[in-house]
Design a protein around this ligand. Structure first.
Ligand code: ZN
Length: 355
């Protein structure tokens, strides 16, 4: 078989794979396995096998959508990216990148590729609808240090700290509002959304909740909003005390008890969805701009440090030729002045003399 035939054959089999990715059977297959996984009457072995089958199918679909085996491929994954496994958390791109995919490359010694996976996962985690804990973020810092990239690790660590500091502010604001509710002798709060809203937060907005869970007319306040078990990490929602019979909810509906108990689903309008996507893009661009500025500042600092070392060396070894100050030296170097060229000549002379 000629080379061209081989190529054609390869293309054909790739096409077959492509076709099966858009195959509705894949969706059906996962749904069937999920039924087994969630069926408590099935044996543990059966459920475990179903879990592994789901993960395998999710992995296959991910690998059809993106190239996870080269640094270029990883870098090409857009942020935000296109999810290929629906709403499944284990099938998410960031979940796969930082888990299985990272481990496979790291264990086989492809350190740079493995780190590229973690870095991309981290970018996706910052804007994810899924809740990631600080420890999850620190994984990148840990492995950067393990790979000897301490400077990069420091930068990432600072970024993570400032991200979580603003999260604590969020917890404090929720905690403050619940305290106000207590002062108003009400067990009820309203969770509202005034600006942009993501798919996850949309499920919880525009409802009255019972803080204690004892007022059965309303759903209990989910644990993620409770200061003791706080894990909410978005900025879409806010909480307000609500006094029954005195206040009206800020959202519009006919019967707020019934409305508060509607199914917990993403009920955003297409306009709201578009607004959220636009906001997310703008946030990403903002982050990129900040990162670029930070990088420039760091490069500048490194350049000055290198210049200072040169200056100190000249001061010590060629005191007669050395200018009085670092800025003087910087100026003469930039202008490549005669005195600077003299210094260079002397350095060469010294180096040759050493040989
Ligand atoms: Zn949100």
């Amino acid at each position: 078989m000629g080379l061209f035939d081989l190529f054609k054959k390869k293309k054909k089999s790739e096409n077959r794979l492509q076709r099966s990715s858009s195959n509705p059977n894949s969706e059906h297959y996962i749904k069937e396995k999920q039924l087994i996984l969630n069926d408590s009457n099935k044996s543990l072995e059966e459920r475990n096998a179903a879990y592994l089958d789901i993960r395998q199918e999710e992995e296959r679909r991910l690998n059809l959508a993106y190239d996870f085996n080269s640094i270029e491929g990883i870098n090409r994954i857009p942020v935000p990216c296109r999810e290929v496994n629906g709403s499944s958390s284990t099938g998410r791109v960031e979940y796969y990148l930082r888990g299985q995919c990272f481990a496979r490359h790291w264990d086989s010694g492809n350190i740079e590729l493995a780190l590229a996976c973690l870095k991309k996962a981290q970018e996706l985690m910052y804007i994810s609808d899924m809740i990631w804990k600080k420890d999850d973020f620190m994984r990148l810092v840990y492995y950067l240090r393990k790979a000897g990239k301490n400077q990069e690790a420091d930068i990432e660590e600072r970024k993570i700290n400032s991200y979580f500091e603003s999260k604590n502010e969020l917890r404090d604001s929720f905690s403050q509002r619940l305290k106000s509710a207590k002062e108003l002798h009400t067990d009820l709060v309203e969770i509202t959304n005034s600006g942009i809203c993501c798919a996850e937060c949309a499920k919880y907005r525009h409802r009255i909740y019972s803080i204690s869970g004892k007022d059965k007319r309303f759903p209990a306040l989910p644990a993620q909003f409770n200061p003791k078990t706080f894990s909410y990490n978005h900025f879409c929602l806010s909480v307000w005390p609500f006094v029954y019979g005195v206040m009206e909810p800020s959202f519009e509906c006919k019967d707020f008890i019934r409305y508060s108990n509607r199914p917990f689903v993403d009920d955003r309008t297409s306009e709201e969805i578009n607004n959220y996507i636009k906001w997310q893009m703008a946030e990403q661009q903002k982050l990129e701009r900040q990162e670029k500025l930070r990088q420039e500042a760091q490069e500048n600092a490194e350049r000055i440090e290198a210049l200072r070392k040169e200056f100190l060396w000249i001061q010590k070894n060629l005191p007669d030729l050395c200018p009085k100050s670092l800025s003087g030296y910087s100026r003469m170097k930039n202008a490549k002045s005669k005195s600077y060229q003299k210094i260079i000549q002397e350095i060469h002379r010294l180096m040759n003399a050493e040989k």
